[in-house]
Design a protein around this ligand. Structure first.
Ligand SMILES: *Cc1c(COP(=O)(O)O)cnc(C)c1O
Length: 427
């Protein structure tokens, strides 16, 4: 057995390989940003603006939908999508118990109550049966997250939504380019919400969001809502008349131009990512008790986050608490040069904002009569959080293949020392 780095052995991942930058920034990206800077058109509502329009055109085409609207970030994309669907005070919106906080803030921003549903232990996405249990006469929509890049079970969720007359908003912030039977996410529900925040698979140089839909009316409403409720049309002077309720939630042209330039390389990166990640996961799948992410043949996984579950008895590490085993593994892996960690430490419903229910002050939106007391127990989400560890960001780089092979060396090395992990977790 080779000596663990934590005890002074040689780390499995050489130091000079560890620093990986994401996103990859090329001269083409720099030139795209400079073109906007030099154009004198630095807001999306300026006459003659083209950078935001171009990204919207390109992303609509890529997602195979009729319309795309650029907005300020992924959280606003969700909020504006729900607003455009008419979701408002007194409504309930079903969201998964495991996701990024923004998924549940979207409904709250519309004064609607997020109602949490548990996840599937294998896909980490919404469990359709638990969603169905939580539907009430107040339910207005379901936010379906394609968590970590794996498309959710849209067949079952779509059938459920149709049966109950509910709209589906896809939170595709982690799933750019992922497909279900060849169809891209973002075009599978009524509205799709993407983030292009700098750490995502399709990044900008900062913050941004994209909303996708086939519905011209919804797209039109979001266009107005992002711009104070005004109608901005090419070739027509701005009249400062607000036709509807609005925000200032525009996408900046510099951010748009950077992302359009990234989009030129997106499919190539995606292909390289598959080629780097699949062999890495194949090596890890051979470790006893180690579960690699599920990627069935009818879906492509965008691999935004790699989440691994540990089956303690099968790994020979039972006895300790799952969280303690995970922490021990992360400690040994980090010493080897693998930045293993956690993504979400608690299920969303256990976050303070949902426990305290202060919201907009005086308890709104929950204070609206009839809002039920919610569960805080989501056994599957809790189990998954406790017994899994994740890798983020570095594997997104198109040249990460050799690094991931060293990561696999580290996992194999740590796996040889499972007895140590067990005793670390027990103490
Ligand atoms: C990143 C993310 C968001 C929010 O996007 P921002 O652009 O950061 O506002 C929403 N949902 C999920 C699942 C995310 O990962």
């Amino acid at each position: 057995m080779s000596r663990l780095a934590v005890f002074g052995g040689t780390p499995a991942v050489p130091r000079e390989m560890r620093h990986v930058r994401w996103p990859v920034v090329t001269d083409a990206d720099r030139a795209a940003v400079l073109r906007v800077l030099d154009s004198d058109i630095m807001v999306s509502n300026a006459p003659g603006e083209t950078a935001v329009l171009e990204l919207e055109r390109r992303w609509a085409q890529r997602v195979e939908v009729a319309h795309c609207v650029g907005v300020s970030n992924g959280t606003d994309a969700l909020s504006l999508a729900l607003a455009a669907l008419g979701v408002g005070p007194g409504d309930e919106v079903i969201v998964p118990a495991l996701s990024f906080i923004a998924t549940a803030l979207g409904p709250l921003h519309q004064m609607a109550v997020p109602v949490f549903a548990d996840i599937d232990p294998v896909t980490f996405n919404l469990d359709p049966a638990d969603v169905e249990r939580r539907i009430t006469p107040r339910t207005a929509a379901i936010v379906v997250v394609h968590l970590h890049g794996l498309p959710a079970d849209m067949d079952a969720l779509g059938a459920l939504a149709d049966r109950h007359g509910l709209a589906i908003v896809e939170d595709a912030a982690q799933a750019h380019g992922a497909t279900l039977r060849g169809r891209p996410v973002g075009g599978l529900g009524k509205v799709g919400a993407f983030s292009i925040q700098v750490t995502k698979n399709l990044p900008t140089c900062g913050e941004g969001g994209l909303v996708t839909t086939d519905d011209a009316e919804i797209a039109g409403r979001i266009r107005q809502s992002r711009q104070f409720g005004e109608v901005i049309a090419p070739g027509r002077p701005r009249d400062y008349l607000s036709e509807r309720f609005g925000w200032n939630a525009k996408l900046n042209p510099i951010q748009a131009a950077f992302t359009t330039s990234q989009l030129d390389r997106f499919d190539e990166y995606e292909k390289l990512r598959q080629a780097n990640i699949v062999p890495f996961l194949d090596r890890l799948a051979a470790l006893p008790g180690f579960h690699v992410p599920f990627a069935p043949a009818d879906r492509t996984h965008a691999w935004h986050v790699l989440r691994f579950r540990i089956d303690l008895p099968a790994a020979g590490m039972d006895g300790g608490r799952p969280g303690a085993v995970r922490d021990a593994l992360c400690r040994l892996l980090r010493a080897e040069g693998v930045p293993a960690g956690q993504y979400q430490r608690i299920p969303l419903p256990q976050q303070r904002v949902f426990l305290d229910r202060e919201g907009f002050g005086r308890g709104y939106p929950w204070a609206i009569a009839g809002t039920p007391v919610q569960d805080v127990d989501f056994p599957v989400a809790e189990q998954v959080i406790a017994d899994s560890l994740v890798l983020q960001k570095r594997h997104l780089h198109p040249d990460s293949g050799p690094l991931l092979q060293r990561y696999a060396d580290a996992f194999e090395k740590v796996w040889e020392h499972r007895d140590l992990v067990r005793s670390m977790a027990a103490s």
